[in-house]
Design a protein around this ligand. Sequence first.
Ligand SMILES: [Zn+2]
Length: 78
Amino acid sequence: MQYRYWCGECGFSTGWTGETEGRLQLLRHCRRWHRGIPVGGHRERARGRADRWGGCLVALCVGLALVVPAVVLLVLLV
Ligand SMILES: [Zn+2]
């Protein structure tokens, strides 16, 4: 899983990276630019390959659910 960490004090964000590396990068940034302020901000999670496949499967199922009844109707009407 890839994460991107955003600074709570400015617009800084780390690149997409692992959890530990991202946290370290944000920590280093805060230590350098916001000394004396507690480390804040939020973490953004990248959608993984599994999530994309899940989305494709859902789209496929919805597509089939729409196409199959249409084909059945056509066959019955002709
Ligand atoms: Zn910052």
